[in-house]
Design a protein around this ligand. Structure first.
Ligand code: KG4
Ligand code: ZN
Length: 340
């Protein structure tokens, strides 16, 4: 039997300080997440300077907990995986510096991981049979991409957002209807009480680019709708707005994903990133995939939003393919997908 590969993974790209121990890419021995949400809620969004400072305060403890919950020591670890981009530069730097220090002190290989590659790899953890090639819709706070995962770690981007990311649109609309930060889960919850056909918000199609997205139009339409109600002194049903906005976004995401799966002959579709936790998206994608005979994969909600287990899953496959970084690894806030 081959030896198990244990990865200690670290993720600090935004407002979660996270560490995990992952065995053979698919088995999570520990997954510790220290969220800063309460702190940033006071300001209505993530304050980068505060995020970095909190990461520094928490990182040692979070890593210690990850090792102890997995019942392993640094000695047992085969490699350190760390998110080095994209994200907030000050936040990323905390994780990268920590990973380099551990790698140097313990003499373990260092593997820098693309945050979005981590989100995609979250799908491997609970879906033991999922293997490339498959189509993946990545929908997070900073990214909206349709990619073909050709092999582990190899991506072909076939569509992307032209403006706001899907999560960003959720967060902005949440703020406009008074739900505050973090918006996505709050819109999701409120929308369950609303009528998704109450207001017809626009779905953007970009001529010649069938798999590209645009969410600034639907966001503006919501803001205009709210303004016009205010001017006319009409009451606003925020649950209906949340449901109708969500319907417009989900409809665009599902329609384009299914069309891409058909064109590229993909019988496996995965969704990834924070917005993949959205209950309406999961339901609608499920129904559409069933209709087309496509197998749909998505991670549990806790593995959709930022965590280090997904970084450990991605790092395992990078480890197998020989990716190693030196101690000159730096944070790259605008790291491109597929860049090493
Ligand atoms: O992937 P993620 O945790 O961080 C980034 O890499 O950006 O995604 C965060 C985004 C936020 O915009 C948040 O509002 C959104 O994911 N989100 C949701 C839900 N849970 C998180 N959006 C819609 N419905 C949800 N249930
Ligand atoms: Zn993320």
């Amino acid at each position: 039997m081959e030896k198990d590969i244990l990865i200690l993974a670290i993720e600090t790209s935004c407002d979660e300080t996270a560490a995990a121990v992952v065995k053979n890419g698919r088995s999570v021995l520990s997954n510790i997440i220290s969220s800063q949400i309460d702190l940033h809620t006071l300001y209505g969004g993530v304050v980068p300077e505060i995020a970095s400072r909190k990461h520094i305060e928490k990182i040692n403890q979070v890593i210690k907990e990850a090792l102890s919950e997995a019942d392993v020591t640094l000695e047992d670890i085969d490699a350190i995986g760390v998110t080095y981009g994209p994200g907030l530069v000050g936040a990323l730097l905390v994780g990268v510096a920590q990973a380099k220090a551990i790698s140097y002190a313990a003499g373990k290989p260092l593997i820098g991981i693309h945050h979005i590659e981590g989100h995609v790899s979250a799908n491997f953890i609970e879906n033991k049979d999922l293997e490339p090639p498959f189509l993946c819709l990545i929908v997070s706070g900073g990214h909206t991409h349709l990619v073909i995962v050709k092999e582990y770690g190899k991506y072909e981007i076939i569509g992307r957002t032209r403006d706001d990311a899907a999560g960003e649109a959720f967060d902005k609309v949440a703020r406009a209807i008074g739900l505050g930060y973090p918006g996505g889960p709050k819109v999701d919850k409120l929308a369950r009480k609303g009528d998704r056909h109450a207001v017809e918000f626009p779905r953007a199609n970009i001529e010649g680019f069938p798999y590209d997205f645009s969410f600034s139009g639907v966001k503006s339409a919501v803001l205009n709708y709210l303004n016009s109600c205010a001017m006319k002194n009409e009451p606003v049903n925020t649950a209906d707005i949340a449901a109708s906005f969500q319907e417009a976004v989900v409809d665009a995401l599902v329609t384009k994903t299914i069309a891409a799966a058909q064109e590229y002959h993909m019988d496996k579709v995965a969704i990834a990133g924070g917005v993949a936790a959205n209950s309406a998206l999961r339901q609608a994608m499920d129904a559409a995939c069933k209709e087309q005979g496509i197998n749909l994969y998505y991670p549990s909600p806790v593995l959709c939003t930022d965590n280090a287990a997904m970084i450990g899953a991605a790092a395992y496959y990078e480890y197998l393919s020989g990716t190693r970084h030196g101690l000159d690894l730096n944070a790259v806030p605008n790291l491109k997908i597929g860049q090493r």
